[in-house]
Design a protein around this ligand. Sequence first.
Ligand code: GDP
Length: 527
Amino acid sequence: MSSGSFAEKIQRRRTFAIISHPDAGKTTITEKLLLFGSAIQQAGSVKGKRGPHAKSDWMTMEQERGISVTSSVMQFPYKERIVNLLDTPGHEDFSEDTYRTLTAVDSVLMVLDGAKGVEDRTIKLMDVCRLRDTPILSFVNKLDREARDPVDLLDEIESVLNITAAPVNWPLGMGVDFKGVYNLYTDTIHVYEKGQGHTIPADTQIQGLDSAEASELLGDDAEDIREQIEFVRGATSPFDVEEYLAGRMTPVFFGTALGNFGVREMLDHFVDWAPKPMPRMTHDREVQPNEEKLSGFVFKIQANMDPKHRDRIAFMRICSGTYRQGMKMRHVRLGKDVKIADAVTFMAGDRSAVDEAIAGDIIGLHNHGTIQIGDTFTEGEPLKFTGIPHFAPELFRRIRLKDPLKTKQLQKGLQQLAEEGSTQVFFPLNNNDIVVGAVGVLQFEVVAYRLKDEYKVEAIYEPVNVATARWAECEDPKKLEEFKRKCADNLALDGGGYLTYLAPTRVNLSLTEERYPEVNLRATREH
Ligand code: GDP
């Protein structure tokens, strides 16, 4: 751990996630960031091998499908900073996981495919960032290929995402004619060299867009490019770090992740501008990162990262104070003190024991079934962090066992998968069905696969007459009793024991809402 005061150490933290549409280049840019952080020696090893916990069956399934459904945390040093990068699953069916991960970061990097611009998944993720005014830095990728006109791309970012786009560097050509990027603020050209993707490339610079060297580099295109840059300077807003930190402006960088070009320029600014760990709200008060006492919340639970350790890891964002190995923490929901001897960190996909971690860092707690998403840990104060969402599922199936003797295993498996946020499970009050809910259809397959792989139960799905679910709350116990009696056929308990209304149709839901105005039927529940 580097020296310096506690406040200085926190000041050095940069905790962020990458948001993008699938295939825009998130994995590739992650590799390059880790390369710059010297966490891996040669880029290209993230996707292929995924570190030491290489190929569990689970990972095989991911690879076969070419999707990434798990997410992890990577910490690496860069210049004076300690960067925490939280990976988010790219596939739309796992968006719940992504949303929760976004509650644990202080800023995001948005990666766009230069040929495609703003795609629908990016729009959704932006909406989530907007809920908390999360600062966003943008990287337009794949400039080594034919991309769209960069002016159009900026327009699209502004109009579709409703944020001011401030280009910091500008691409000099694209595709086969890609020559480099030009920094609008320092009047410096960074020259692109092909075939440098697997190494940290040399940074060849030319000072001055109007220099003779620049004319030589740009050749016949020199005049056009100079004109375009002059136009861009006049037509776009200058970068303003305060506007960026307020979530109203995004600085835009261009480059190619595959060619590892433009990434360093982006990263250099990122570590400079991106926010340090920010205060977090609890039910009672705002928690400042430099408070001495530890506090944090669990935003994700993940199983089976290492086939040798069949445990589950609860990812906790530290919001204040310091974690030290062997310390006692209060598990607030349970009102219990637990000694945490073996938290883990995720240095470039490798799990290693951490001695100390501070506000802004993520640690992994071994979870033997007691930790749930949304749980707060402190050094005694009964805090509860707010804003970690739980979304009503959109898709439902009844789940049935091939071997009815395995009901216990099935229930246990589903309960644990529900705690992890991999699925949601409902136990109807009036029958013995088990109903599984998902936000995306792929989740069903994943659940069946994991039940078989990890809990040795073979389950099949059947259609069930449920269109949507709502968590039911009512302050008046009498009214609640009446509601429970009259609607019993549609009521269930979810995996956490919360009363849930399973509506067969949207119309039924509206009618029920009208009939029981004093019952609050909520589409989201806070953990
Ligand atoms: P993800 O789905 O967002 O993680 O995207 P990947 O990083 O897996 O990239 C998707 C595909 O685009 C892969 O085949 C990459 O090799 C390719 N790719 C990523 N970055 C670039 C780039 O800068 N230029 C080109 N030509 N291809 C890229």
